[in-house]
Design a protein around this ligand. Sequence first.
Ligand code: PMP
Length: 478
Amino acid sequence: MHPLAQLDHAHVWHPFTQMQDWLQREPIVLVGGEGTQLYAADGKVYLDANSSIWTNLHGHREPRLNRAMERQLAKVAHTSSLGFANEPASLLAAELVQAANPSLDSSQANPSLGKVFYSDSGSTAVEVALKLAYQHAIRRDISPQPRFLALEGAYHGDTVGAVSLGHIDLFHESYRGLLFKSDRVMAPYCYRCPYNRAQPERGDARLYRQCQWECVGEVERKVASAAGQGHPYAGFIFEPRMQGAAGMVPQPDGWLARVGKIARQAGTLLIADEVMTGFGRTGNGNGPEPLLFASHHEGIQPDFMALAKGLTGGYMPMAATLTTQAVFASFLGRYDEFKTFFHGHSYTGNQLGAAVGLESLNLLREPAHLARRQHLEKILGERLQRLWKLAAVGDVRQAGLVAGIELVKDWRTREPYALAEQAGIRVCEAMAKQGVLTRPIGSIIVLMPPYCTTDAELERMVEVIETAIREVLGSGVI
Ligand code: PMP
């Protein structure tokens, strides 16, 4: 075994990993990368088909991002935001505000997102939104005991507050005793819709049998019942356009616009968790200017926007929570009123992270980069079509540059694999042997290529998904 792998086995405890299994296999030790490729210590070369757990936007060792970090390193790596401002954090905040406030449909109520609170990860970005919304609701008499509404299958991070908003029982149930209660409501999961409206077996997941928006009705009832009891929800948290950790589940067009309006009419603030969806991941629009955030694709301007992962192009652990002047104002007062937001982290506003984040935004705005992403979205859709023919594939879903391929025992009945059968894990292991790295969510294979992926690399990723599924689950075709 490689000496680095030995050290790993001796000391490193990996996230979301059954270490008993981990210790039985030699791990792939990654030591380098360039563009879409990752290099292992044993000389093998891999394609990074999930953008290093959804973080990397422009590829590894992107020359402009590298230079931006080097320029910043020549100045200073980190200074504290407790008591001091800094150059890249100020510039990045201004750019984020600009990107987060495109002119939306004028019929929407559009409180603008003008304030940026920095932190370190997606979990902390959500935690900040939660705490701000909680205090805001109390101070503005929205509710004396603020409660939150989240979606079924919600995942918003692993800190205790973020876990309280989560509704994936496998991850969250064992901590119930530690958590505060949040309400859950049905999320659209068309493939497994209890009203059985979708017919993805026909090769088009967007074919609905007279969908009556029952899922929207459920949100409406939930929100109305809370408001009827005199306690409207302080916040409704959602991943816009696609739920990631729930299994890459896209929402049908119009769902978010509808539920956003319903929540807002009840006086509930909208908390958009754009940790996975942001920075063009779930789509860039067709226009000459990129629409970088998923909420905006549905004409929704939330009251909070949580950003992380792609914020620094996948280079540095940095996050931001954007919010409105109205929320900001709830924390203003004389010093001795103690309305201060008593929250922060040692690395808040990190200079290296902000410098690379700024350059990443510059890249995202360049017409050639935008055109490339729009092209990649299109060919991803085309290439995925070949997977429908596999009997072990129940659903193939896509939002922008993200795809989820749901493996099933029987495509006719949509019978799922039990988690213990590790269908997703086994397929991903077979993919790794063929040089393509990704990580499953249960029985869902995730494909999330970095934006620099070439047509040929994308072709290869999809081809390897197909051969691995055939190898592991049988080569049946429909
Ligand atoms: N929200 C969403 C939607 C996520 O996908 C994730 C991470 N997968 C998080 C929050 C938590 O982010 P982090 O792992 O950076 O804490």
